[in-house]
Write a protein that binds this ligand. Structure first.
Ligand code: UD1
Length: 426
């Protein structure tokens, strides 16, 4: 089948209301916890996206039944069995590496393909491995496969992450929640997704105390987990930022964004409020911004500015007045998207790990390639402000994380068309 192309005709004049889908970066670790359970349970507001489907296919191959009702996902873990986690699709999806934690907890061993690097950098797993070692698990490499096994029965453990990695923090929490003894992890990631993962495990009987200010989590391992009630996946904060940026860039009238937890955006609300965005308990309101002084963005671990939103900020900076800067201290090489934006006419300089964009600039439609999900959505925003047609290839990256993208864009008044309509529909 020919590759899907998404075309946008700009400049767009948007208005209306949009509801963000459930968080991708929470849904994936939630699905990685499923092998910890032996019963049936329900997740609500699960985004119907490619990455979730890859995780579900894997759960299915380990004997877990699931069914969708709208965005509600019912899971039945009664027939869980061990499998080696080596299907090619899994190594493409980094979050699948979190199955190691639930497998080690449940079976004491796991075999998994090493996650690949990607457009945003090397993406090592050394912190995951060091942390799991402190819990008594040894990792052996055989080519591109890693074999984990329990070599020591560890009751109490303490481990300091050398960097607050989101994935490694989630890995260690999932690996520790069931068992015996007390585990303490320091210098952990405190992203909202980590907090929500802890809420889910706590609602199932997990005894987890998070001290976000100190970057510490303490876990009293429990003998089993039992899901008492359906867990609602909060709205995706990065999708929330996407739509508020769409408002700032082309909100002809107000764009009202619903479904994001207010607290999940507390680290960026100050910045966006200074650009006129209104944050209310149940909605965000954003409107076209003309003539703003350009910005200096530095992506850092939470509560810093989120790295996943920095590619989209390059599009906003192209419309600011004067010198704008972006630096990424989480993924310092996450700038490959700039060469695609330059095909739309974006001019930038790169000095000392910092991108410099002097605005305002005029963008013009062209053919571009979405090299990863966040690069792809930056191209969508750029396509909305560019004059003429922007055709985006490798749309599969957008399908990995954005549910009903064209439907939402169309509802706001954008002119957008996929030549294959590969949006997931129930
Ligand atoms: C998660 C998010 C991703 C986001 C990132 C940072 C999911 C599914 N993905 O990815 O969207 O961009 O957090 O907010 O939730 N590192 C190491 N060794 C390790 C692990 C990480 O050096 O063992 C480095 C990475 O190379 C990177 C930095 O730590 O430079 C941050 O990575 P990490 O926080 O682990 O990101 P992910 O969990 O992979």
């Amino acid at each position: 089948m020919a590759e899907e192309t998404l075309s946008l005709v700009g400049p767009a004049f948007l208005k209306g209301e949009v509801t963000v889908s459930g968080s991708k970066n929470l849904a994936l670790p939630l699905l990685a916890t499923v092998p910890l359970f032996s019963s049936k349970f329900v997740f609500c507001n699960v985004p119907n996206i490619l990455d979730v489907h890859i995780m579900l296919r894997t759960l299915s191959s380990m004997g877990i039944d699931f069914s969708w009702r709208g965005n509600t996902l019912e899971l039945d873990c009664c027939k869980l069995r061990y499998i080696d986690l080596i299907s090619p699709a899994l190594s493409e999806l980094r979050a699948s590496f979190l199955f190691v934690a639930s497998f080690l907890s449940r079976f004491g061993h796991a075999v998994i393909k090493k996650p690949g690097g990607d457009q945003i950098g090397d993406r090592p797993v050394d912190i995951h491995l060091e942390g799991l070692k402190s819990l008594g698990y040894e990792a052996n490499f055989e080519g591109d496969v890693i074999r984990f096994r329990r070599v020591r029965q560890v009751s109490d453990a303490e481990f300091v992450l050398k960097y607050p990695s989101v994935g490694a923090t989630e890995q260690l929490i999932i690996a520790s929640v069931v068992g015996s003894g007390r585990k303490v992890f320091r210098n952990i990631a405190t992203e909202p997704e980590v907090k929500h993962l802890i809420s889910w495990l706590s609602s199932c009987g997990g005894k987890i105390n998070l001290y976000p200010e100190q970057r510490v989590v303490e876990i009293e391992s429990v003998s089993f987990l039992s899901a008492q009630q359906a867990f609602f996946v909060p709205g995706d904060r990065i999708e929330g930022i996407t739509w508020l940026l769409a408002g700032l860039l082309c909100g002809n009238d107000e764009i009202v964004v619903k479904g994001v937890y207010y607290e999940d955006l507390d680290n960026v609300s100050g910045l966006f409020k200074s650009l006129g965005v209104q944050f209310q308990e149940d909605k965000i309101i954003s409107k076209r911004l003309n003539g703003f002084a350009n910005l200096n963005i530095v992506a850092e671990p939470y509560p810093g500015f989120p790295t996943d939103a920095q590619p989209m900020m390059a599009v906003l900076l192209s419309q600011g007045l004067g010198v704008g800067k972006i630096k990424d201290n989480v993924f310092p090489n996450r700038f490959a998207y700039l060469s695609e934006l330059s095909k739309l006419g974006l001019q930038f300089e790169f000095k000392e790990n910092t991108t410099i964009i002097v605005g305002p600039q005029k963008l013009t439609g062209n053919e571009v390639v979405a090299r990863d999900i966040r690069a792809g959505i930056a191209l969508v925003l750029a396509g909305l402000i560019a004059s003429g047609t922007t055709s985006i290839k490798q749309v599969n990256h957008l399908r990995r994380g954005y549910e009903l993208l064209e439907t939402k864009l169309l509802s706001l008044g954008a002119k957008v068309l996929s030549d294959q309509s590969l949006e997931y529909v129930f």
